[in-house]
Ligand binder design. Structure first.
Ligand SMILES: Nc1nc2c(ncn2[C@@H]2O[C@H](COP(=O)(O)OP(=O)(O)OP(=O)(O)O)[C@@H](O)[C@H]2O)c(=O)[nH]1
Ligand SMILES: [Mg+2]
Length: 625
């Protein structure tokens, strides 16, 4: 008992998880620490270090560091640099980790062991986690764990990071052998690094001893790839997958959306009846229920979109799509590596921009960062969905739904403009030579249902936190700005017209009138700077304040009746470019370490949005819309 008390009080050990990309470090990290970091079946998911805590049976706490994957200790990309910096204690305020857990993919020792040998030369206490032990066993791969431990001179344990008890052996070894190694004085690093060829030779020798009959990958996978990566069928398949995704966003969401609308309408009606007239009632009904409610309605559509994205991420399909599109990306001057960061930007440009850390060339990376905000992030989905719901008829076109097609076209418009901008950037400013894509193809995996569920839950939580946090706060602020000052004696129009927001809207209307935007839209664009969904909430509030009793579910008919088609289309075009997202600009500033690029980005996106909305407005009017 006394020992356990001592251990609890002892300083925590810090242990870094290091390994090749996609070997399961983050899955293991989540299992050990209860964290929910992103796990997906492609290389380069983690690009920043994350820390969590686990507790050993003795009560001692261990701080576990999850790191970006690395192929070697000679970094070629910014994310690999993060790993090396942490290992060498070069991050500000951080010491060198007490020990290394070298995570390896047991089914791919030939590739993974080289890094382990390099890590061993650092001379720090080390433990090897032979992860994916389940897959190795299923593939009939037998690895002599004891022989491997003897060869490497450190403990080796099998782990299965996707099974709830897959880390038990690792914890036991942390407690025992590795703990003793940490307690002993660390050995000094071996002088002089060995060359890649020498390391590879060593790997071959070790493999000959511990896994002499390592088979090549199953033939089945090659046959799937014959179709998936076929230059023609592969592209057809990719287009079909994406198309289906946008169809589903509209056709599957109706039922849950109606349910949420009914709840919001009920809440609005109930509050309307039970609260005394006055500012507080207006705040709750017009500010909170109408504003927040009109955003919350879009939760089902966001979850459907993420359901598809998560499926694609976990199946192993993404890097294959990257190869398929490498030629196309090369033509506009982007690296094939830009594909995954750009695809992540469909969720949000911020992780997308972070993911560009996997791109080797700085110019390629910068070009990718500059176009990432053109990918339609999920915060724009509510704006699109609101306008499409109001202006595009719910009609079948062959087997497809017209609304789904419109949404698909809007996403395509984003992608096409990103490619066009990249082409221009790379031609005039950031010239660099085409670098052929080198990316590991992960094995196909059946997506893990539990992970999928957790991923969706996580997404729902992120969205609800935004709704309850920034969106709620902005709605309340907007309500104040729309309510005060009160209208003068004998005023005839709705009160909001005399308020601060009303005046701001009128002033901004001069700027936006050429695009067909009325003063309500002009107001809504301002809080949309902080979070794009807020534009929808703001319209909800502004219309509720100026019209009367409309609540969340009534916004669609109100704008459908009130706006000309040309205005709606112009606003859609505006949001294809939508320059306003302050947090994206902040991340660009951090990743590029300069104000120049975020300012440039905001400037060019604003100009594009303005021109596109103007052109759309004029052309639609001209066509009689
Ligand atoms: N069957 C099986 N799958 C695993 C195991 N560990 C991880 N995976 C899967 O392997 C894939 C990669 O896992 P991650 O934890 O994201 O890998 P990572 O090493 O953090 O990858 P990077 O962050 O890109 O370096 C995911 O699809 C996991 O679900 C395991 O032990 N068994
Ligand atoms: Mg990871």
């Amino acid at each position: 008992m006394a020992a356990s008390v001592n251990n609890t009080a002892a300083a925590p050990w810090s242990v870094a998880l290091v390994g090749n990309p996609n070997c399961g470090k983050t899955a293991l990290f989540n299992l050990l620490t209860g964290a929910r970091q992103k796990v997906a079946n492609y290389a380069g998911v983690t690009v920043e270090r994350k820390v969590g805590t686990t507790r050993l049976a003795s009560g001692r706490s261990v701080s576990v560091i999850d790191l970006p994957g690395a192929y070697s200790l000679s970094p070629v990309t910014p994310d690999e640099q993060v790993t090396l910096d942490v290992l060498e204690g070069r991050r500000e305020g951080e010491a060198v980790p007490d020990a290394i857990v070298a995570v390896v993919d047991a089914t791919n020792l030939r590739m993974n062991l080289r890094l382990v040998l390099e890590l061993r030369e650092l001379g720090r206490p080390m433990l090897v986690a032979l992860n994916m032990a389940d897959v190795a066993r299923a593939e009939g791969l037998s690895i002599d764990v004891d022989a491997l431990a003897a060869e490497l001179g450190c403990p080796v344990v099998e782990t299965v990071a996707v099974r709830h008890d897959g880390h038990v052996a690792l914890l036991a070894s942390l407690e025992g052998q590795l703990g003793r190694a940490i307690a002993a004085a660390p050995t000094s690093p071996r002088p002089g690094r060995r060359s890649a060829a020498e390391l590879q030779q060593d790997v071959r020798r070790i493999l000959g001893r511990v896994a002499p009959d390592a088979p090549v990958r199953a033939r089945f996978q090659h046959r799937i790839d014959g179709v998936v990566m076929h230059p023609v069928w592969g592209l057809v398949l990719l287009a079909a997958v994406l198309f289906l995704m946008f169809q589903a966003v509209f056709s599957w969401a109706n039922l849950p959306m109606d349910a949420i609308k009914a709840v919001m309408a009920g809440a609005g009606a109930w509050t309307g009846e039970h609260m005394a007239e006055g500012p507080l009632k207006s705040l709750v009904v017009d500010g909170v229920i109408a504003g927040v409610g009109s955003v919350i309605v879009f939760l089902p559509q966001i979850l459907i979109l993420f359901f598809f994205i998560l499926l694609l991420e976990d199946s192993g399909y993404l890097p294959r799509a990257a190869f398929l599109l490498d030629g196309l990306m090369g033509k506009v001057g982007l690296s094939g590596r830009a594909f995954i960061p750009l695809l992540s930007s469909f969720a949000c440009a911020i992780p997308g921009i972070m993911a560009t850390r996997t791109i080797t060339s700085w110019r390629d990376r910068l070009a990718t960062i500059m176009v990432a905000p053109l990918m339609t992030c999920s915060a724009r989905l509510p704006v699109y969905a609101l306008l499409i719901g109001a202006f595009v008829p719910d009609r079948a076109v062959g087997p497809f739904n017209l609304r789904g097609i419109t949404l698909f076209v809007l996403y395509v418009a984003g992608v096409v403009s990103a490619m066009a901008i990249a082409w221009v950037l790379k031609r005039v400013w950031m010239k660099s030579r085409y670098q052929p894509l080198m990316l590991e193809l992960p094995p196909y995996r059946v997506p893990n249902l539990r992970n999928l569920g957790l991923g969706l839950w996580e997404r729902a939580m992120i969205f609800m936190r935004r709704v309850g946090g920034i969106i709620f706060a902005l709605m309340v602020l907007l309500w104040f700005l729309s309510s005060f000052p009160a209208p003068p004696e004998g005023a005839t129009g709705p009160a909001i017209q005399y308020s601060v927001a009303g005046m701001m809207g009128r002033a901004l209307e001069h700027v936006f009138a050429p695009l067909g935007f009325n003063w309500q839209i002009s107001i809504a664009l301002v809080p949309g700077l902080a979070a794009r969904e807020v534009a929808v909430g703001a319209l909800g509030t502004v219309y509720a304040m100026s019209g009367g009793d409309e609540v969340a579910d009534a916004l669609t008919p109100v704008i459908a009746a009130g706006w000309p088609l040309a205005t709606a289309f112009a606003l859609l075009a505006w949001y294809v470019f939508a320059p306003q997202c302050i947090s994206t600009l902040a991340v660009v500033r951090r990743e590029t370490n300069s104000w120049r690029y975020p300012l440039l980005m905001a400037g060019y996106l604003f100009a594009l949005a303005y021109v596109a909305a103007f052109a759309t407005y004029r052309i639609t009017l001209w066509l009689g819309g």
